[in-house]
Design a protein around this ligand. Structure first.
Ligand code: SAH
Length: 413
């Protein structure tokens, strides 16, 4: 009986702690929403440049920026913001360094430099991933693992990259090291799993180059499948360490549903999903289309895309590993046709080869998904000069507290 009472008291005190932590969290969230800068790394880390600006203001600023850039081309609909604009990032990266006194720190590079700003807890990153990173720091100390020094090239441990499936709960931890010789690798993995049984896979990535790229080319799976799976727009996707996956899955659903709605598919169309990554947009659209062709440069992403088609039983989709511009050129040269083209290029936007072949292919509709409104405006102007009309733009806030802007635009003949 006494023992039971003791256990009950323990449960109650755990609950109290949890409640207190939740209250603190809510308090921090509402202070952040009111525009109080709450992050100790604010002004140093360079990511959340909108710290100190109320969320509603941030949305207005971004909306105006899109309006300005797309002026005279098409109406810009109100930006869709997040209900809870915190801890939205499902991908967390930490760089490791050592202070002069030997203390191991982890965090982010200060903007435009290779100085590490320590981060304990970030308001936009997945909180559990941050906890894993803190615990890895502790393990590095107890396992006496040397931290890599960017100047001298000595040392082993460089970065941690964590991917989390918010829908699936799966967690992939990538340990980036300078050499495949990781002392007591198995015990390290065991100790990490003991602290965080929620981890579903651990991968060792070997990056021995003096480069600002986080991931190297070689991978050794230490535990689990070597990738995570997540559900997006009702489909299951596998995501490998080096494949692109949108970092804010809540807003990605809003964005992709809008993109598919703008495509106005009837079930007969031949669709191209250009810069398709792991096939998220094409696979989500496939049930509304006759046939989908996806093109992507990164071979890992294409492998994921093919597995994703199979996993979801989608039979009317084909993936090609190629430069998107090259692919479009070949399509146009062979007199192929397409009714709808989704294009979702990286920040640099598309190129002349892609856009000129797009004009030759002459799809009825082009749905342009962009993470950089400046290159979006540039590419839209090209398409407008060559016979397309921009119809409407829908900005979606994928990156609260940062100045990054995402939008989807419909153009048609
Ligand atoms: N549509 C996908 C990926 C968008 S990110 C999604 O929503 O998840 C942009 C993608 O373009 C990345 O996967 C990147 O690997 C790919 N990419 C970059 N340059 C490319 C090129 N020249 N040709 C084809 N794909 C390219």
């Amino acid at each position: 009986m006494l023992q039971q009472k003791g256990a009950l008291e323990q449960v109650n005190s755990n609950r109290e702690n949890e409640n207190k932590e939740n209250k603190n969290k809510e308090n921090r969230q509402s202070r952040a929403a009111d525009g109080v800068p709450i992050c100790p790394a604010a002004g140093k880390c360079g990511s959340c440049v909108y710290q100190g600006i109320p969320y509603s203001e941030q949305l207005k600023k971004k909306q105006n920026q899109v309006k300005k850039l797309l002026k005279g081309m098409c109406p810009v609909r109100p930006m869709t913001g997040m209900e809870h604009p915190v801890h939205y990032r499902n991908k967390v990266h930490a760089v490791f360094d050592r202070k002069k006194d030997g203390t191991i720190i982890s965090g982010v590079y200060a903007r435009g430099s290779h100085r590490v700003v320590p981060v304990e807890e970030c308001m936009i990153e997945d909180a559990l991933s941050d906890a894993v990173i803190r615990d890895i720091r502790g393990l590095l100390k107890s396992f006496k693992i040397k931290i890599y020094n960017e100047d001298s090239g000595y040392g082993l441990f460089r970065h941690v990259l964590i991917r989390r499936g918010f829908a699936s709960g799966q967690m992939l931890v990538v340990l980036v090291v300078s050499s495949p010789v990781f002392p007591s690798k198995n015990n390290f993995v065991k100790a990490l799993l003991k602290l965080h049984p929620e981890i579903t896979s651990i991968v060792l990535n070997i990056n021995d180059r003096k480069t600002s790229m986080v991931l190297g080319d070689r991978e050794i799976v230490l535990y689990g499948k070597g990738f995570i799976e997540d559900t997006l727009c009702g489909r299951i996707f596998r995501i490998s360490p080096r494949s692109f996956y949108q970092v804010n899955p809540v807003q990605t659903e809003v964005l992709y549903r809008k993109a598919i709605e703008l495509a106005a598919l009837t079930g007969k169309e031949r669709v191209i999903d250009a810069y398709c990554g792991i096939g998220t947009i094409g696979l989500s659209a496939s049930s509304h289309a006759g046939e989908v062709l996806g093109v992507e440069l990164n071979p890992d992403a294409v492998r994921d895309a093919i597995a994703n088609a199979r996993r979801n039983g989608v039979k009317n989709i084909y993936f090609y590993q190629n430069d998107a511009g090259e692919f479009m050129k070949e399509m146009a040269a062979e007199g192929e046709r397409a009714d709808v083209v989704f294009m979702d290029p990286p920040r640099a936007g598309s190129d002349e080869a892609f856009l000129s072949s797009l004009i030759r292919l002459s799809p009825e509709r082009v749905v342009y998904i962009s993470c950089n409104p400046e290159t979006l405006a540039r590419d839209m102007k090209y398409l407008v000069r060559h016979g397309y009309r921009a119809r409407e733009a829908w900005p979606v806030d994928m990156f609260p507290w940062t100045d990054s802007i995402e939008a989807v635009v419909l153009l048609s003949r």
